[in-house]
Design a protein around this ligand. Structure first.
Ligand code: ZN
Length: 217
């Protein structure tokens, strides 16, 4: 509160007015009144927040801004591979020469294996699922679960270099879906849906033919 008073009477007026105001203003109103003496007249200035309160609010905002990314990172962090894998860019013709026919159809022609026929559908060994085309790490067995869909299902992928997602435009018979491809070689793996279990709520529905398996050591 700024109080600048020159004469004795003005000083007393200021005290009385100040006391009167402090009696009737609650703290929750956060409304202080300061007075400047200009030409013998008290000019009332409403100050919505004191400097101290502004500093406190600023400190709270800074704390939230600073800690929010840290908390987010702590929740979403995934196991990182030792180094970023090299991207592989082969033509369809080159892939056709090196892949088995059924694997080529699923991974390079966006095919889908028949439900309940894939070798990893009911497979629950401990280890890592890698891309059948390029051996990139895709999924950890810890995130695999039995969705009952007939395809291997995971609620999360292995690391930041595992997968990418793309819009799979629908048609008259199919709605738009989200396609899952290998981050390294672009192989079609399957689709991701939002009806999975926690903590992600996602279901990565993957063709067994797009996967190979490396048992845990
Ligand atoms: Zn791959």
């Amino acid at each position: 509160m700024l109080l600048t008073v020159q004469s004795g009477e003005e000083k007393n007026q200021a005290r009385r007015y100040s006391f009167h105001r402090s009696e009737h203003l609650s703290i929750s109103q956060v409304k202080l009144v300061s007075y400047n003496q200009v030409n013998g007249i008290f000019k009332k200035v409403n100050v919505k927040m004191s400097t101290r309160l502004k500093k406190f609010m600023l400190l709270c905002s800074a704390t939230v801004i600073f800690f929010t990314p840290i908390v987010s990172c702590a929740v979403s962090v995934k196991a990182k591979p030792s180094e970023q894998p090299m991207k592989i860019d082969k033509s369809k013709k080159e892939w056709k020469e090196i892949l088995p026919k059924d694997v080529f159809h699923v991974t390079r022609e966006s095919g889908t294996e028949r439900a309940f026929t894939g070798k990893y559908d009911k497979f629950f060994e401990q280890g890592t699922y890698i891309c059948s085309n390029c051996k990139n790490q895709l999924f950890d067995s810890k995130t695999k679960y039995d969705s009952g869909s007939g395809w291997p299902s995971f609620y999360d992928y292995a690391n930041q270099y595992s997968i990418e997602t793309k819009l799979d435009k629908g048609n008259l018979f199919l709605p738009d879906r989200t396609e899952v491809v290998c981050w390294r070689c672009g192989a079609h793996l399957g689709h991701v849906f939002d009806d999975g279990p926690q903590p992600t709520g996602l279901r990565y529905c993957i063709n067994s033919l797009a996967l190979s398996f490396e048992p845990a050591q």
